[in-house]
Write a protein that binds this ligand. Structure first.
Ligand code: ASP
Length: 457
């Protein structure tokens, strides 16, 4: 049995829904269908999830919601019209949407989560109605029915282990089951969503919990590419990669697949296939465990992301001082800040953060505390920070990869602020200025792929 997840663009309108119905019918193993909310139909379009966020904000501000309700419902109605669906059940779905502001929520965050999750809830119900209209046996199964239980973080929930016990007890009915992605229920039965793009996570949870043989993730690209096509022209498609390669690349902005969705797949050793709804026969990318994996290139992919900032702290004899880092970490803890990396030298320390955690005020307060409590000789906040990840299982067995990377950057006079290579030796992380990041990706890509450096060269 396979779990099949369809992304927003695969469910954006009736024509796309028609394609996914063909896809599920093309392989009798495809039984569990996970839906996203309808996504963009054209580049400037708005995703239904984004419209629901507007709806929630208007509700919170007590503003008139009639226009946005109409706009959201029109997306579902258009899909229903494509299949000539006209039932009482459809009217009931509309009511669920209109009813959202009248429901009770513990706080504004939970209200926002519940509104957002309805993008997928309504879409899964609509798809079930369409399948039934086409005389295809289908059952809607939501988080309540399946027991998808999550932590009490309304918009950034984590799945709880007990979910897998619940899923083990779930009897798969005959026919398809259609599951809304993106959310679960907290122990107190409140809707909490995963972070954005989180329907991928639902698919992976179901694949693990229902002991699927495979997890197919249908999106709108033919494969995962070795570099972002917006930066590198026609990059190489990756045919096979390991979970940890994907995880490392996702970290630096590879956004084809949600990085948190890899964990349940790893736990159950389930291969993930990323495929294109618009070209379902294209080979796609298969993501597999590292055991027995034979890379055919040194580098699998290179990615960059700019949402980082760095804090540079200099203090003489820092290496001899006991408890310096502990005090620093306590300050981060006090402000509820997590850090990404902390490369250090004998007299200095750089801490790299995900910049999205900070407001200007929070940053100032935190830096003031550090200045007062740790009294560094020099403290500097660097906003202009990008991280480049060079990733490949093939890097482990090859000498001189770092040299090649640095050389390709030096050719373009791109300065490197930081280099970090983990013990796994399958990735290298470089810090550069933001403006340099795209060129750095191009240079590294060209160095490793243009001349197709094969593993046994
Ligand atoms: N609809 C949600 C989002 O736009 C979740 C998803 O599509 O995976 O983030």
């Amino acid at each position: 049995m396979k779990v099949v997840k369809f992304g927003g663009s695969s469910l954006a309108d009736g024509k796309q829904v028609q394609k996914i119905i063909k896809i599920i019918q093309a392989d009798s193993e495809r039984k569990v269908i996970v839906t996203s909310a309808p996504g963009k139909r054209f580049p400037d379009d708005r995703k239904v999830t984004d419209l629901l966020i507007v709806y929630a904000k208007k509700t919170l501000k007590n503003e008139n919601t009639a226009v946005i309700q109409t706009e959201i419902w029109a997306r579902y109605q258009a899909i229903a019209d494509y299949f000539d669906l006209e039932t009482e059940e459809l009217a009931a779905l509309k009511q669920i949407l209109l009813q959202l502001p009248k429901n009770k929520y513990p706080n504004d965050d939970y209200l926002m989560a519940a509104f957002k999750a309805h993008g997928e809830i309504l879409n899964a119900q609509l798809l079930t109605l369409i399948l039934r209209k086409l005389r295809i046996s289908a059952h809607f199964a939501d988080s309540a029915k399946l027991g998808i239980t999550v932590s009490a973080n309304p918009q950034d929930a984590q799945v709880l282990e007990e979910t897998y016990e619940h899923l083990a007890n779930f009897q798969l009915p005959r026919g398809y089951i259609v599951v809304p992605g993106f959310y679960g229920l907290t122990k107190s039965q409140q809707i909490a969503t995963f972070s954005r793009g989180g329907s991928d996570i639902t698919g992976a949870i179901l694949a693990r919990g229902l002991h699927a043989d495979g997890y197919e993730n249908f999106t709108d690209v033919d494969a995962i590419y070795a570099a972002d096509p917006a930066i590198v022209k026609q990059p190489r498609a990756i045919k096979r990669m390991t979970y940890r390669e994907l995880r490392e690349l996702s970290y630096a902005g590879f956004s084809v697949f949600h990085d948190e969705a890899i964990l349940p797949a790893i736990a159950a050793n389930i291969p993930i296939e990323v495929k294109n709804t618009n070209h379902p026969l294209a080979r796609g990318t298969v993501i597999v465990p590292a055991k027995n994996f034979k890379p055919d290139t040194i580098v699998t992919g290179v990615a960059a992301d700019s949402h980082f900032s760095a804090l540079y702290i200099h203090r003489y004899l820092l290496n001899k001082e006991v408890g310096f880092t502990l005090k620093l970490l306590q300050i981060f803890y006090k402000y509820h800040i997590s850090y990404e990396h902390m490369p250090s030298g004998i007299d200095d320390l750089t801490v790299i953060f995900d910049q999205r955690q900070f407001t200007a005020e929070l940053r100032q307060k935190m830096c003031r505390d550090i200045q007062e409590q740790l009294q560094p000789d020099h403290l500097e906040w660097i906003d202009d920070y990008a991280i480049i990840m060079v990733v490949g299982e093939g890097m482990r067995s090859k000498v001189g990869v770092m040299e090649q990377v640095i050389e390709s950057l030096a050719k373009k006079k791109i300065g490197v602020y930081m280099i970090n290579q983990g013990a796994s030796r399958i990735s290298m992380m470089l810090g550069t200025r933001r403006v340099d990041a795209p060129e750095a990706v191009r240079q590294i890509y060209h160095n490793f792929f243009e001349n197709e450096v094969r593993i046994n060269d």
